[in-house]
Design a protein around this ligand. Structure first.
Ligand code: UD1
Length: 437
């Protein structure tokens, strides 16, 4: 053990230990999508009536952070962890329109409380989310869109101060110069309560946006073009409460699909949406996995008689392309493939922090600009590794499942932002994995 390893091992924080080599076999139930639930929770700010959400991944740290933020902003929230439900009432206290730095900095998606609060109350003050491990990630497209809807936006002491014009926000024709999931969702929510018609073109088409738009329509909004690059929103005076079930998490689904194919077992992912993960399915098949779809179940195993999967090239793209949130996991897969594969990241400029950690485990990866060449090796070896962001962390979990010996993953704080009970879910299908305090 090096000195750094020892320091890490003794930091007293929870960690995950994995003894690699077990094939995974059995069923895993997929949770509700974190990236959808977060936006649906923000959308509850658009009405004073009750929004009741089902299939919520209630134990995720990101969900808890947003729950705290909305509570500070005057919402009444009741969570039932066993039933996976969350009921939210944005009571409409006009004095509680500030989202403070200490909560917003913990999660970038918190910026999405800005538009709904502004649309309903005429003003809002939200801390800027600041930097982030996977790149600078600005919010210029969000703010520019709000300005086009007539808002006055000032930046003061790290806060965005937004004020709607007298008479309220107004519809606008907004063209995004770059596809942004967050900006599309933010302006979509805000436009539901603006006066007149808003069009969002070059909008993102991620399934989570469709989930949000469907819920908003059930609340009384008028959104057309769902699932396309052009959303047309006819503003309404007010929105009502609703009941809504969060779509299954496609990234959790894809992550376990890769783990199953790579460890060489047979895993069925239950309660998912196979149509939302087509890009991953296609690449896994190309690499030599068998993927069988039966309604809301996906079963994955390696093709009979195939010793290892084959190297493939991938490029991340907005939906329906290959998701950037699956890039780290597929890279782990490539480290153990036959031959080489090239990964090109086109969405975020600094999303290769998992590379040095995988190299510590014996991977052969060379990064050049926004591409990485991964040459397959015969085996990975367990090591002490450090999680740096959510998807990088889970890529290390997959590596640990396949590595010889023991892998310790430190700083699992990141992992617990986005994966519910990952150690429990994986050990139930045969992995030797445990979370340690
Ligand atoms: C969301 C997801 C994240 C996923 C990403 C891309 C959530 C909570 N997070 O993040 O998991 O990796 O989509 O699929 O749903 N950009 C700008 N200006 C802006 C906004 C974005 O330049 O105002 C850039 C970003 O820096 C990035 C690109 O646009 O390079 C895409 O980012 P975006 O789609 O907005 O990602 P998020 O919504 O933050």
């Amino acid at each position: 053990m090096t000195e750094t390893d020892e320091n890490t091992a003794q930091d007293g924080l929870p960690k995950i230990k994995i003894r690699g080599g077990n094939p995974l076999n059995g069923d895993i139930r997929i949770s509700g999508a974190k990236n959808s639930a977060l936006k649906l929770i923000c959308a509850s700010l658009l009405t004073e009536q009750e929004v009741k959400l089902f299939n919520v991944p209630t134990r995720l740290r990101d969900i808890e952070t947003l729950e705290k933020l909305l509570t500070h902003m005057g919402s009444e929230i009741v969570v039932n962890h066993d039933a996976k439900t969350m009921s939210l009432k944005g009571l409409g206290d006009k004095s509680k329109t500030t989202a403070h730095y200490d909560l917003v900095r913990q999660m970038r998606a918190s910026i999405l409380v800005l538009g709904p609060t502004l649309a309903r109350h005429g003003h809002a003050k939200v801390s800027l989310p600041g930097g982030c491990a996977i790149g600078s990630r600005p919010v210029d497209l969000h703010l520019k869109g709000l300005e086009q809807m007539g808002a006055d936006i000032q930046i003061e002491d790290g806060y965005v101060l937004a004020t709607a014009p007298a008479g309220g926000l107004k519809g606008a024709d907004i063209h995004f110069p770059k596809v942004s999931v967050g900006a599309t969702e933010h302006l979509l929510m805000t436009a539901t309560l603006a006066n007149g018609i808003t069009t969002l073109s070059n909008a993102a088409m991620e399934p989570e946006i469709g989930d949000l738009a469907n819920m908003l329509n059930n609340m009384g909004a008028d959104i057309r073009g769902i699932g396309t690059q052009k959303l047309v929103i006819h503003g309404v005076d007010k929105l009502n409460g609703t009941d809504h079930s969060v779509i299954p998490d496609r990234i959790e689904t894809g992550t376990f699909m890769i783990a199953a194919a790579l460890t060489g077992g047979e895993v069925t992912l239950k309660n998912t949406r196979p149509d939302t993960i087509d890009a991953v399915t296609a690449l896994l098949k190309k690499a030599g996995a068998e993927v069988m779809i039966d309604g809301t179940d996906i079963t994955v195993k390696r093709k009979e008689n195939l010793q290892s999967l084959r190297g493939i090239d991938i490029m991340t793209e907005p939906y329906p392309g290959f998701p950037t949130d699956m890039q780290a996991q597929i890279m782990t897969m490539l480290t153990l493939c036959d031959g080489a594969g090239m990964v090109t990241e086109t969405i975020f400029e600094n999303r290769y922090m998992h590379v040095p950690e995988l190299v510590r485990m014996g991977a052969n990866i060379v990064v050049q600009g926004n591409s990485a060449i991964v040459r397959g090796v015969n085996k990975l070896k367990g090591a002490q590794v450090m999680a740096t962001d959510l998807r990088a962390s889970v890529a290390l979990v997959i590596a640990g499942l396949c590595a010889e010996g023991e892998t310790t993953i430190n700083r699992i704080y990141h992992l617990e932002r986005g994966y519910e009970d990952i150690a429990g879910k994986l050990s139930a299908v045969g992995a030797d994995i445990r979370r340690e305090k």
